[in-house]
Write a protein that binds this ligand. Structure first.
Ligand code: ATR
Length: 275
């Protein structure tokens, strides 16, 4: 009898339009891994049961997306240091009877910025717009890269203060309400969900200068509202979060299979699939 392929998947709500099955199919083909990847749409109330059922079907690992990353954090153990820092898990792997909780989002972003886009993070001045789940996963990895200064600005300023407080005694990190953000930045990262509704977070125009690179964690076929806004204000260049999506997936693939796939051809193909 032929063995069934190893089973992986993505759990979220909604997940129907996810590019992750395509990405992992391309990674598996490229690296010769025998695996399948399914989509699991689960209501928050059903999360634990759907994960348990997937495990009973022989599942070996899961990617986790909105709104389940905190639930996956609670369910998993042991957890990696980067998952602890983020307070959220986007990658689950059953290993020797344990459910490992990892977070590859920040590593995916850093790899896209540094390796794919050639952005220097060491000593960089960075503005992060947003202080929700997406923002909390990227602050630690940006600090680890030696960022010179990270300012977190959020529509609800208290959430930015709370996020900064989690990284106590880190002199490179500060919060500021949007109207009080001063100076132009090397890098502005939109970690709000504003692009989902075609909106732009209230980043002051003065934050963008001719040397500013603007990055949106969201992606779409056309430039997001934030990236269009940034280019209109003379930003040096911009990129959306599709590269981060592919890179975080490659990092998850590495956790699961012990092999790092090449991402450039996969990113090209996933970009083509958007149009
Ligand atoms: P996610 O996991 O995608 O980060 P979240 O935790 O709900 O989702 O956080 C959404 C983030 O986008 C928050 O920082 C939110 O700001 P508030 O904390 O003030 O709600 C931000 N956000 C969403 N829509 C926005 C908009 N139109 N303008 C500015 N910020 C927005």
């Amino acid at each position: 009898m032929v063995d069934a392929p190893d089973l992986y998947g993505l759990i979220g709500h909604p997940v129907a339009h996810s590019r992750s099955p395509l990405i992992h199919r391309l990674f598996a083909a490229q690296t010769g891994q025998d695996m399948s990847y399914v989509l699991l749409d689960a209501d928050p109330a059903e999360f634990d049961d759907v994960v348990a059922d997937f495990r009973n079907r022989g599942g070996k690992g899961l990617n986790v997306t909105v709104p389940h990353k905190e639930a996956a954090f609670r369910l998993s153990g042991p957890r990696t240091e980067r998952a602890r820092m983020a307070g959220a898990v986007n990658t689950l792997a059953w290993q020797d009877g344990d459910l490992l909780g990892d977070n590859t989002d920040g590593a995916g972003l850093v790899r896209d910025l540094q390796t794919n886009l050639g952005i220097r993070l060491e000593d960089a001045t960075i503005l992060v717009a947003g202080a929700g789940g997406a923002a909390s996963g990227i602050i630690g990895p940006l600090l680890d890269c030696g960022a010179g200064c990270i300012v977190i600005a959020n529509r609800t300023p208290e959430r930015a203060d709370t996020l900064v407080a989690r990284f106590r005694s880190c002199p490179q990190l500060q919060s500021a309400p949007f109207p009080e953000v001063r100076g132009d930045f090397d890098l502005i990262i939109n970690a709000t969900s504003a692009s989902l509704s075609g909106q732009v977070p209230p980043v002051p125009d003065t934050a963008v200068g001719p040397t500013t690179f603007c990055y949106d964690l969201m992606y779409s076929k056309d430039p997001t509202a934030f990236l269009a806004w940034a280019v209109a204000r003379g930003a040096r260049d911009s990129a959306d979060g599709l590269g981060m999506l592919v890179e975080q997936a490659a990092e998850s693939f590495l956790v699961w299979r012990g092999i790092r796939p090449a991402t450039a051809p996969v990113l090209d193909e996933v970009r083509r699939s958007l149009s």
